[in-house]
Design a protein around this ligand. Sequence first.
Ligand SMILES: [Zn+2]
Length: 94
Amino acid sequence: MKKLNTAGNIVETKTFFSIFSGIIYEVPADYANSVDEGQFPLISKPKSSCKCYGRGYESFDKKQNTYNMCSCMRKCIDPTFVPKEIRVPIEKFV
Ligand SMILES: [Zn+2]
């Protein structure tokens, strides 16, 4: 996707979904390789007509502190993406 930055220049951006915050956001393509774990690059956005209303997630997993992605995201996530290992905060008092 192309966007105008504050200086009025066209910047190539990539779309990501964060399973920690449940948001879909744009990152300048130059920074796309340095995103954190739990960030999934998208080739398309979930449709607002989906049961997730285009949010890309269905629910929040309180145990893992992550958002459970909607099944429609399987088609949205970049198929070339290899996820990094996701470290889940370990609860101290079980
Ligand atoms: Zn969906």
